[in-house]
Design a protein around this ligand. Sequence first.
Ligand code: MSP
Length: 640
Amino acid sequence: MSQKKFYITTPIYYVNDVPHIGHAYTTIASDVVARYKRLEGYEVFFLTGTDEHGQKVQQAATVLGVSPQQHVDNLHQRFKELWARLNISNSDFIRTTEERHKKLVRDILQELHAKDEIYQASYEGWYCTPCERFWTEKDLAEGNCPECQRKVEKIKEHNYFFRMGKYQQWLVDRINNDPHFILPASRRNEVLGFLEKPLEDLCVSRPKSRLPWGIPLPFDEKYVTYVWFDALINYISIHGSLDDVKASGFWPADHNMVGKDILTTHAVYWSTILKAIGLEPPKNIFAHGWWTVNGQKMSKSLQNVVEPNNLIDKFGVDVIRYFLLREVPFGLDGDFSHKALIGRLNSDLANNLGNLLNRTVNMMKKYCDGVIPTPASVGPEDLPLTEKAAEVIAEVRKLYNELSYNKILQKIWTLVDATNQYIDKTGPWNLAKTNEGKERLKTVMYNSAESLRVLGVLLNPYMPDSMSSLMKQLGVQSSIEDQGMASLENWGGLKSGNQTQKAKQLFPRIEDKQVEKLLAELDVPKNEKKESSNQITIDEFMKVELRTGKILEAEKVKKSKKLIQLKVDIGTETRQVLAGIAESYEPENLIGRTVIIVANLKPAKLMGIESQGMVLAASKDGIISLAGFDQECGQGIQVR
Ligand code: MSP
């Protein structure tokens, strides 16, 4: 039987950006899935690369007095070098200036033009030079670019357009029919929201006179290809011609991983381009959140860019890989904090996992001459550990479907804790005292080491170097890749008779007295927050005044599909509150209901009507459910 195939991609990075922790995040997250799927026995193709055309590259090259090609030949190395340092296991690296890529872009343009999917027209629109994108009047945010808030200029020119608009309904249906297509669900709803407006055709050309650094259109050499049209095709140009793509077994991709900022270009532009050339859209587009620094976007001008190479020097690669995926749920934004990173290193890695390995290897030396003993069969006292391992393995496998890295790691740590508890409870140091105990000791030591082997396999995708060192310490000869997830199906994969090895600590603790010096060396501002942005103190929570309120009146807001205007009695007064719930509730069914109101929210105007609070509700797949109580509790009661 041929091996099952799995294809995952990162976005291709703008070659002129200095690689930072945000870029590393997408790449590490993709690498973890690639490594995990290899452990599950898949033939994995994992692609990353650089986006090398466009105005910014052209301008920077001109300033330096080099050709754009020379410039990108130099710049793309920074990404390649960083990925090597971060232990990224990509199968190939695509550059959009490579011949293999340019050829497919031109072939696709030619085919679409021949099929009348691309046509020429005169176009007038607002152009944002930094984003290299046209906007319509209604897209603009107070006259500026809605994406970067910078000035736009009005441009009128002849251009070529891809008939994207005609695929609107197909795309809406595709998204609605496949909940796995765009994840997380909240982002899927954003795309559907975007598709509520008429979808316009996509301008796919730029006049060469304005921008020479791009792929010339095959049917009109006076134009080059719009960078996004060019860049998106990287995901298939790696496999050769369109026929090669179809024959490769690697399309549709299993995951196109993207940041939330580039979801529309992928979900809308990319899916419709694929439709037009007769290929399936990717099976999944996953949009993750952003890393900020003290709540702000990382940028060169703010000088707050977190540079991964410095972090690797100070903390080691695996600590960074672990931290980025453990700290913040994939899909949400997070604030980067060096102190939080040190906290995770000391607690999760040094104290819990590292200490478990140390004590096991030390006791193995002391009580078993450093040789993995032969255990008796699993008894009732061992069951909590072996059952925990089986539960964790099954749960981890499931959680990969949603790419819930932080939940996966939390789950894995329940096995770390269970193993530490198993050792504490069985007490090898007491067992060693009697002859009867010594027999039992063999089983206890074996099970502790086997549990560590299970942890080594599960954590290999996150911390490959550290986990191969862990295996060495346990005396395991075969690589983790060779053991694979299959080696976890039954308890007892660890070979008895292996010679364990004591090595240096996997994750040395950073002591309090070292912290300040380390942070100073990394130029970390003194006021950096300790907690990550998704944690608040109880005092911060108590600032939010939540009260029960009874709905007295409810009516739909005219001209709004979503808003209902409520009059809510919150005990001390009646408030007028607007709630975006009209698609899930009829106003008459709301009267008399007790809801939770944020009572100290600054009033705001929506569609010209003042809202004096907010009603709490949950939203899943477009269905809204109001938060409430299972017993009647009256109005004006504080909710905590
Ligand atoms: N070149 C385009 C992508 C073309 S894909 C066909 C591009 N490049 S980028 O370098 O600007 O961004 C690449 C990825 O890095 C995006 O997924 C983006 O979301 C991610 N990040 C850039 N800064 C980030 C953070 N601060 N935090 C997390 N990820 C962010 O867009």
